[in-house]
Design a protein around this ligand. Structure first.
Ligand SMILES: Nc1ncnc2c1ncn2[C@@H]1O[C@H](COP(=O)(O)OP(=O)(O)OP(=O)(O)O)[C@@H](O)[C@H]1O
Length: 250
């Protein structure tokens, strides 16, 4: 579905993605792991056609450049930002969900908005201002606004960051039911298992240091440490000092 070849990106003089190459095949659910600032959000924005880096990015074998990005690409790719508020600009939840449908001249807007709101348990909020909802509810509204367009490639940036355990469980089930190619960034390594089959790991030097099965990653201490997913912690219990590895779940 997508192929990235030697992709690099820098903000002014700071390199934040260093020559990444990987593919995501149609139907796959891939988890993107890495420390704060390793470049995950930037990568997702490039894949959504919002930023353009060096190297090549192909979507369905088409080279994506500023010039080649068209309406079909925009409709087929859905991106959920880490902070949902940055995507909200409509007066009601209804309008927020309907916005993309109207923009792309999709038929039966009202029917579609109500159907997805019901699935997401948001019907009672349809006339509310989206900004007045809780963090987790805002995330749900923006996810609805994306999914109602039936995207083919879904980019999710820390989608569970604002969700409580129950909503996170609901979200994991939703994701596994959906048959959409997905790349999802998270810090929560224990969730990685439930969110996808394959993992990509970025290190602090913004390089791709792992591309493979999540199960094998969990056993690869070297990569887990380099990706800051595992740390050696020293503890003191009374007079006894010891240290052990500790997995970072959040
Ligand atoms: N608009 C910007 N201008 C300049 N630097 C930026 C900009 N956005 C991000 N950066 C820098 O680029 C680097 C990568 O940021 P990015 O948000 O892609 O990382 P991340 O892996 O998503 O981090 P986090 O896990 O904290 O969300 C960081 O050092 C960040 O400070």
């Amino acid at each position: 579905m997508i192929k990235v070849d030697n992709l690099a990106y820098q903000y002014e003089t700071q390199c934040v993605l260093d020559k990444l190459s990987f593919e995501v095949k149609a139907g796959e659910k891939v988890v993107l792991l890495g420390n704060n600032g390793s470049g995950k959000s930037t990568l997702l924005r490039i894949l959504a056609g919002l930023y353009f880096g060096e190297g090549n990015y192909f979507y369905k074998d088409q080279l994506i450049t500023k010039k080649s990005v068209g309406k079909t690409f925009r409709k087929e790719i859905g991106i959920l930002f880490q902070n949902p508020e940055t995507m909200m600009f409509n007066p009601t939840v209804y309008d927020e969900i309907a916005f993309g449908l109207r923009e792309f001249d999709v038929e039966n807007v009202d029917e579609r908005v109500h159907a997805i709101a019901e699935k997401f348990h948001l019907t009672h909020h349809l006339q509310s201002s989206p900004l007045k909802l809780s963090g987790g509810e805002k995330q749900k509204v923006m996810l609805c606004a994306i999914l109602v367009l039936e995207p083919q490639f879904l980019l999710l940036d820390e989608p569970t960051a604002n969700m409580d355990p129950k909503t996170t469980g609901w979200f994991v089930d939703l994701l596994s039911e959906m048959n959409i190619t997905t790349l999802i960034s998270t810090h929560n390594i224990s969730l990685a298992y439930e969110l996808g089959d394959r993992a990509l790991v970025l290190n602090d030097k913004h390089q791709l240091i792992y591309n493979g099965e999540i199960e094998a990653l969990m056993k690869d201490k070297k990569i887990l440490i380099e990706g800051n997913l595992l740390h050696l912690h020293a503890h003191k219990h009374k007079d006894f000092q010891h240290s052990h590895y500790h997995m970072h779940h959040f």
